[in-house]
Design a protein around this ligand. Sequence first.
Ligand code: AMP
Ligand code: ZN
Ligand code: ZN
Length: 306
Amino acid sequence: MKCRVCGRDAVVKLDYANLKLCREHFIEFFERRVARTISRYGMLRRGDKVAVAVSGGKDSASLLHALWRLKGELGVELVGVTIDLGIRGYSDQSVEVARRNYEKLGVPYRIIKLADYGFIMDDARTLKKPACSTCGAVKRYLLNKAAREIGATVIVTGHTLDDFLAVLMQAYTRGDLQQLAKHRVYLPPADGLIARAKPLVETPERESLLYAQLLGLEFTVIECPLSRGATLADFKAALNLLEERHPGMKIMMLRAFLNRLQPLLPSERRVPGRCEVCGEPSTSSVCQFCRIRSRLTQLRATCNRP
Ligand code: AMP
Ligand code: ZN
Ligand code: ZN
């Protein structure tokens, strides 16, 4: 198997593009695609201070690295933000890996501890269902708050093509029109809310893994203990089966949704009021974070754990 660009030994075969690439040309291909996604959806502007949400996993490690390589060309400045969610057997390692990635690249960063708010995600262990949606709300809130305090103009996350499509399928399965409408690759800023973007949305997860491996980036492979039983992983497996039999299916689904379906959905304006408890942007009188906080601190008290 030879690289289409240089004829040296290829390390990867991309069926959807009928392309075989060597290490060097795959890395270049990967970074060019990130730059193209950013420009296609108007995700970043020159002079932006970009808060990169780094979890310790492969996707955000690859994103941080790719943006670090592209920052001169894009004319942006990077700052890392990592949330320590307090999940036993998971968070400590993830946060340390994130920290080492920042330090290796010399990217300034901030680590936010959920415990400083009087609870941790481990308190959700007693809940019956997977805690992913609760955890997602907590992360969105803390990332927004931290990014605003740092003076960042946009938050980027490592959500890949597979992540985006899996959530899409889940929302479709539930008939959740509201979630479909707000499932965006780029959300513009609104009062108190920092813009958010997903620069890896056109990148298959398997390639973000390969990029991280080829560059020798450090990342954790431990699965979050609170996500057991989550259906998103099964949607991803189903999508990969489709992709294997019909190369190009995943990117086609993304484009069809963004170009044809989403414009038909009622678009929710991001013009929030303020939470009565914490003062952060919220569409209800008490924000989701404060409601989660009150529920989980109660749980914590009743479980009587140290
Ligand atoms: P996940 O929801 O775990 O699939 O993560 C999706 C993206 O959210 C990651 O690629 C990161 O950009 C961001 N993210 C997840 N967890 C954290 C965290 N603890 N701290 C900062 N960013 C995170
Ligand atoms: Zn090559
Ligand atoms: Zn609040």
